[in-house]
Design a protein around this ligand. Structure first.
Ligand code: ATP
Length: 283
C-alpha cells in the first residue's frame, strides 16, 4: 500500500492564550477506520477544522495524498480528496435529497485544481460562468452531465439507504436520515478520506448501531480512510481499529481500542467514573 492519504504532523493551533491543539499527529491510510475521542472541549472539532482548512495551523503540516495543504481553502482541500460532515447538520434544507447530493457531485466536477492565487480565482470564475451559460442553454453536454450526476447521486442515496427519500426536501427528513444524507453529500465529492464529526449524534441506540455498520461498509466499498468523532465509547471502540484520545488539546493516548480502554490517563480524563461503573468497576 502507498503512503498515508491524510497526515497531520506536529499540528498546533492557538486561539489567543488557549492552545486548542498541541503537537497533533495523525496518519490515515486507505481502508483505515480510526476514531478521535476526548471530553468536551478537548479539541476534536478543532482538529477537524485544521485538517479541512477552516482554521490554519499555527505550527505543523497537514498533507492530503502526500501534498502539503496548509493555507488552502476548505473547498480546495476537499478537491484534494478530503470530505467532512459537521456536528451541526449542514444541508440545503429546501432542496430534495437528490439535489443535495447532486450539488456535491457537481461541485467536485466544477472545482479548481487546488491551486491558489488570482489566476486560480479567475479560472474558477470563468468555469462558473461557462457552467451557468451551458445550463441556461441546456446544451447537449450539460444534459448528458445532468444524467450522469443524477445517476451518481441516486447511487449514493441507495448506499446510504435513502432511495425512498429521493424527492423529499431535506428539512422534512427525520433527523437520523438527515445525518445519513450529509454523509451521502460528503461522498458526492468523491473523497479519499472522510471525516465524520459525531455522525450518530441525536440518534437512538438502534440507529447508531445501524449507522456504524454502514460506516464500515462505506469504508470497505469505497476503500476510504475514515476518521470519526463519536461520544459513544461502545460504538467507537466497536468499529474503529485505532483511536486517538485528546484532552485539553494534547494527545494523551493512541492505539487499538483495547489499549486505549485500559489506559489510565484515558480513564481518568475521559471515561471517568461513569464508564467504570458501566463496566462493573473494571477498566
Ligand atoms: N474559533 C475559536 N476561537 C476560540 N476558541 C475556540 C475556537 N474554536 C474552538 N475553541 C476552543 O478550543 C477548545 C476546543 O474546542 P473543540 O470544539 O475543538 O472541542 P471538542 O473536543 O470538539 O468538544 P465537543 O466534544 O464539546 O464538541 C475549546 O476550549 C473551545 O472553546
Amino acid at each position: 500500500m502507498s503512503g498515508p492519504l491524510l497526515e497531520a504532523v506536529g499540528v498546533s493551533i492557538q486561539f489567543g492564550g488557549l492552545k486548542a491543539l498541541s503537537d497533533f499527529n495523525l496518519s490515515i491510510h486507505a481502508g483505515e477506520l480510526q476514531g478521535l475521542i476526548g471530553p468536551n472541549g478537548a479539541g476534536k472539532t478543532t482538529a477537524f477544522n485544521v485538517l479541512t482548512g477552516v482554521y490554519q495551523a499555527t505550527q505543523g503540516d497537514v498533507r492530503v495524498g502526500g501534498q502539503r495543504v496548509n493555507g488552502r481553502l476548505p473547498h480546495q482541500i476537499n478537491h484534494a480528496g478530503l470530505a467532512r460532515t459537521f456536528q451541526n447538520i449542514r444541508l440545503f434544507r429546501a432542496l430534495t435529497a437528490l439535489d443535495n447530493v447532486k450539488v456535491a457531485c457537481r461541485a467536485q466536477t466544477a472545482l479548481s485544481d487546488g491551486s491558489v492565487g488570482l489566476g486560480a480565482k479567475f479560472r474558477e470564475a470563468m468555469g462558473n460562468y461557462r457552467d451557468w451559460w451551458r445550463a441556461m442553454m441546456l446544451t447537449p453536454g450539460f444534459q448528458a452531465e445532468e444524467v450522469e450526476l443524477t445517476r451518481q447521486a441516486e447511487r449514493l442515496l441507495e448506499v446510504m439507504g435513502l432511495s425512498h427519500r429521493r424527492d423529499e426536501e431535506a428539512r422534512n427528513l427525520p433527523y437520523g436520515e438527515q445525518r445519513r444524507l450529509e454523509i451521502a453529500r460528503a461522498l458526492g465529492t468523491r473523497p479519499r478520506v472522510l471525516l465524520l464529526d459525531e455522525p450518530a449524534a441525536g440518534m437512538n441506540t438502534r440507529e447508531k448501531a445501524d449507522l456504524m455498520v454502514l460506516i464500515r461498509k462505506i469504508r470497505d466499498d469505497f476503500q476510504l480512510g475514515i476518521l470519526v468523532i463519536e461520544h459513544d465509547m461502545k460504538l467507537v471502540m466497536g468499529i474503529c481499529e485505532k483511536i486517538t484520545v485528546l484532552d485539553h488539546g494534547e494527545t494523551i493516548a493512541r492505539g487499538a481500542p483495547a489499549e486505549v480502554r485500559s489506559d489510565r490517563k484515558v480513564i481518568e480524563a475521559y471515561l471517568g467514573d461513569s464508564y467504570l461503573e458501566s463496566q462493573g468497576g473494571a477498566a
